[in-house]
Ligand binder design. Structure first.
Ligand code: EPU
Length: 337
């Protein structure tokens, strides 16, 4: 069924907790319904597809139509000795999918536990955490091309995935709407435990390492560091971790011998933006009603009643500090609307 609302509050559809309105808000449950909605749009009509709204910052009311997918369903479409191929509706809640896979003993997604948002966004944003990215699991992304209402499937190669990036965010931004994503899950899971304090946390708990203990540890780590958006508005990491030339990193090491990094390739490293923001002294500080989270400096929070502009002002001040101190430009992961 298609549900259409006018002058609709987006408060529950953005984790930053911005109390803005959409002129029109439309929810659909099937590919056919989505095609029907799109075919009624004129080329000049303004619209925006959202998922769980966990990576958006609204700076004002949205004067056009906000579309939200309620395409549900998880279906095993192929199976062999090693793997299960699960086709999932774009409107499924991401963490429900993770819980479902863990319950079934299917490995691959457990490190991505408790990431807010929906399945469609996992394929656009290439969500990632604790050494795993959605691209490691995705085999196929089904979409509707907005201009033609035609269905089009993309292989994982065609999606041109990179860190927090896909072709749907870059070259073909705003041209396709994701309807289904197929993931390859493993019946003989290989655990990825090398990131940060995961191994240490698992050892502390003792016992056998299973998909479910990994999920529990990831949830505990995230809950300890990241603010709960239902209590304090936020969109997870506000900035991406910058990838810089190794030579620049080596130069900085002389001044900052403790500077953490992740190797990207021979000539590039990724620097945790959180560490740099922390070094700039921003952690726990605020500008007006916008703040830098006191347990994870990469997260900007709405301390209550902040506007999108206040969050942007804080983000600009943080970026400038990082630029002044380290000569590195950091870029938001969050999309400004
Ligand atoms: N650090 C600080 N100060 C802080 C926070 C962290 O110095 O306030 C240091 C840590 O000690 C560590 C480094 O910065 O050396 C990295 O911190 P962390 O492991 O918490 O990860 P991150 O780089 O801040 C990324 C993702 C997260 C993901 C975690 C775990 C991005 C932009 N963020 O954060 O993703 O959960 O790794 O894999 O890549 C998200 O995208 O919303 C998100 C939460």
């Amino acid at each position: 069924m298609v549900n259409t609302y006018t002058n609709f509050s987006l408060l529950k559809y953005n984790t930053f907790g911005m109390d803005v309105q959409a002129a029109r808000f439309v929810e659909y449950e099937s590919v056919e319904e989505l095609k029907h909605i799109l075919s009624s749009f004129a080329p000049e009509d303004l619209f925006l597809q959202i998922g769980g709204g966990s990576n958006l910052l609204f700076t004002d009311n949205f004067p056009g139509t906000v579309l939200h997918s309620c395409i549900k369903g998880r279906e095993v479409v192929e199976e062999d000795e090693e793997s299960v191929y699960l086709r999932v509706g774009a409107g499924e809640v991401w963490d429900d999918l993770v819980a479902y896979c863990v319950e079934n003993g299917w490995g691959g997604v457990e490190n991505l536990s408790l990431i807010p948002g929906e399945v469609g966004a996992s394929a656009v944003q290439n969500i990632g955490a604790y050494g795993v990215e959605a691209k490691d699991l995705i085999t196929k992304v089904e979409t509707i091309e907005i201009a033609t209402c035609n269905e089009r499937s993309f292989s994982v190669e065609e999606c041109a995935y990179a860190y927090r990036k896909s072709i749907f965010k870059e070259e073909w931004k705003g041209q396709y709407i994701v309807t289904y994503v197929t993931y390859r899950l493993s019946k003989k899971p290989i655990f990825h435990l090398d990131y940060g304090n995961m191994k240490a946390e698992l050892e502390k708990r003792g016992g056998e390492v299973t998909l479910s203990t990994i999920r529990n540890v990831v949830i505990a780590i995230r809950q300890a560091k990241l603010p709960d958006p239902t209590i304090q508005g936020n969109a997870g990491s506000f900035f991406m971790n910058p990838v810089i030339d190794r030579s620049l990193y080596e130069g900085l090491l002389e001044e900052y011998p403790d500077m953490p990094h992740y190797d990207v390739d021979e000539s590039h490293v990724k620097i945790p933006a959180a560490w740099m923001i922390d070094q700039c002294g921003w952690k726990g500080h605020s500008l007006g009603r916008a703040g830098v989270h006191d347990k994870q400096a990469l997260v900007l929070v709405n301390r209550g009643g902040a506007t999108g502009s206040e969050i942007i002002m804080l983000s600009q001040a943080v970026r400038q500090s990082v630029k002044d101190k380290f000569g590195i430009d950091i870029h938001p992961e969050v999309n400004f609307i």
